[in-house]
Design a binder for this molecule. Structure first.
Ligand code: PMP
Length: 404
């Protein structure tokens, strides 16, 4: 991988922050966009912006084609069987809420259980808690150990006859742990229970093959995959999507409407009410092309190098405490330095042009497990370098000295 060339693809990396060159380590929150993605989005508005589907005029047809081509790119990217198994949403959060709503309308009743884990993002906790209130279901979770790995010892009790869905993050956003989802899917399927995988932190780091995983649903956001904000994906096996109730009602998702009743459109449109974000989908398609042109294997290998380098360098800092030391992890490092508050560390690093995330990372139950208010999190992407990691380490040492 030619990192210097890759860095040139991202115009924002030329920006200065507080007069210093930007060092951006907040990639788990969102990634920057390469010029090809920015160009693809602006081309939509410059050349063929038009509302899609059902249009008879030229621009509408061009725009529809571009949107549907993007769907096929997503299908191929995660190796779904059919392109109509790809539902465009606003992002992971909306995908999970869609599923929570439609799956529960169709399948859940009082006393049923949904199983998540202790390291989930709030967006894979709160939608199910809302169903606890609305439907009387029960949310349970797989516990973790000190290293931030799932403890599967009691999985047979946790996945039981009341369980109706298992919903697990592929990779933890706060710790970087790669969960053994294949094993969990196999156990759940041996009991005929479907599995949703939250892939918000995965598709940008490793190859995902939904057929090989055999998951029933897989969700992710475009903006963490170098694509624009506002576009995301819900993959679902055709058989599930066909029998599930729609989510939102409106245009696009219907076949016929009269005051006597409505019939719904076929997949994927049944779950896509309203004018879709076609500039977002086109941007997502361009981002997928970009990532594939570098190669996910190359990305995984390079980011692993960055992770190992950063772990080694950071380990030399006195009083550092790492959170999430799982054997299988991606390029996310969460830590605290002595009793320096993460907010203070983040604020002072920012003055040096270094962007890290501080706080609970939308994973408060995980922070409660460690009994901490939050961590400092550095998360790496394809454009980061070892020199930038040196700057981070140097910056942390300076802040630590200041705090005595
Ligand atoms: N799940 C995980 C694991 C995440 O990292 C995130 C984003 N931080 C989300 C869900 C929510 O994604 P979005 O805000 O893009 O909907």
């Amino acid at each position: 991988m030619n990192i210097e060339q890759i860095r040139k693809d991202f115009p924002i990396l030329q920006e200065k922050v507080h007069g210093k060159p930007l060092v951006y380590f907040d990639n788990a929150a969102t990634t920057h966009k390469p010029q090809v993605v920015i160009d693809a989005v602006s081309e939509v508005y410059q050349k063929y912006n038009s509302n899609i589907h059902r249009g008879v005029h030229h621009l509408s047809n061009v725009c529809t084609q571009a949107h549907e081509n993007a769907r096929i790119k997503v299908q191929q990217f995660i190796n779904a069987t059919h392109s109509h198994e790809i539902i465009f949403t606003r992002g992971t959060t909306e995908s999970i809420n869609l599923l929570a709503s439609s799956f529960s309308d169709t399948f859940l009743k009082e006393g049923d259980e949904v199983l998540v884990s202790q390291l989930e993002h709030h967006s894979n906790i709160v939608p199910w808690q809302l169903l606890e209130k609305r439907k009387g279901i029960k949310l349970r979770y797989i516990p973790i150990n000190e290293r931030g790995e799932l403890i599967l010892d009691n999985i047979d009790e946790l996945i039981n006859s009341r369980t109706k869905l298992v919903s697990i993050a592929h990779i933890s956003n706060a710790l970087g742990t790669i969960n053994p989802i294949k094993e969990i899917i196999e156990i759940a399927h041996s009991k005929d229970i479907p599995v949703l995988i939250d892939g918000a932190q995965s598709v940008q780091h490793l190859e995902v093959d939904v057929q090989e995983l055999d998951c029933d649903f897989y969700v992710f956001s475009g903006h963490k995959l170098y694509a624009p904000t506002g576009i995301g994906v819900l993959y679902g096996k055709e058989a599930w999507l066909n029998i599930m109730e729609p989510y939102q009602g409106g245009g696009e998702m219907i076949k016929t409407v009269s005051f006597e009743g409505t019939t719904f459109n076929e997949l994927p449109f049944k779950f896509e009410a309203g004018t879709p974000d076609f500039s977002g989908s086109v941007g997502l398609g361009a981002a997928i092309d970009y990532v594939l042109s570098i190669g996910l294997d190359n990305i995984a290998q390079y980011e692993h190098e960055l992770l190992e380098y950063a772990t080694e360098k950071l380990s030399a800092i006195p009083n550092i405490r790492f959170f999430g030391t799982a054997k299988e992890k991606t390029s996310v490092i969460s830590f605290l330095i002595g009793d320096i508050h993460p907010f203070d560390m983040g604020t002072m690093l920012d003055k040096m042009g270094i962007a890290v995330r501080t706080g609970h990372h939308c994973a408060q139950p995980l922070m409660q497990y460690y009994n901490i208010p939050g961590t400092i999190r550095a998360s790496f992407a394809i454009y980061n370098t070892k020199e930038e990691i040196d700057q981070l380490v140097n910056g942390i040492e300076r802040v630590a000295q200041l705090f005595g």
